[in-house]
Design a binder for this molecule. Structure first.
Ligand SMILES: [Zn+2]
Ligand SMILES: [Zn+2]
Length: 127
């Protein structure tokens, strides 16, 4: 079965898949609005939620804000505390190590893990 999306949902999905910078709802809204001037922020938000629930995109929470990214392999994030720049960081070793620790966590069944590393990016360091 071919999944048919509404035009709006497709635009949102395309945007997320083409932008690796983990946009927030506001950033997605601003970008999609250029092509679909009548779209509302609530609609964007709703579509993002549905796409994430259905597994087409992934929602990550960074510094208390929801951000969205394409479905990639399990990865971690390096985050600049000053400008909020986010870089994907892939480390199988870290993922495996975290999941080994997770096996000993008796209070909950751990399904996945991702680690955030915080610091200053090169640009902000120069300032
Ligand atoms: Zn920075
Ligand atoms: Zn990411």
């Amino acid at each position: 079965m071919v999944v048919r999306f509404t035009n709006q949902r497709q635009e949102i999905l395309d945007y997320i898949n083409s932008k690796p910078h983990h946009p927030t709802v506001d950033e997605v809204y601003t970008a999609v609005k250029i092509k679909l001037p009548r779209i509302s922020k609530a609609t964007v938000y709703q579509n993002l939620k549905v796409l994430a629930e259905k597994g087409y995109i992934k929602e990550v929470n960074i510094k208390g804000a929801s951000r969205f990214e394409p479905i990639l392999d399990e990865h971690h994030h390096i985050i600049c505390r000053e400008c909020g720049k986010i870089i994907d960081y892939e480390s199988k070793a870290l993922t495996e190590y975290s999941m080994t620790l997770a096996k000993n966590m008796k209070d909950m069944d751990i399904e996945f893990t991702n680690t955030n590393f915080y610091g200053k990016c090169k640009k902000c360091k120069k300032r």
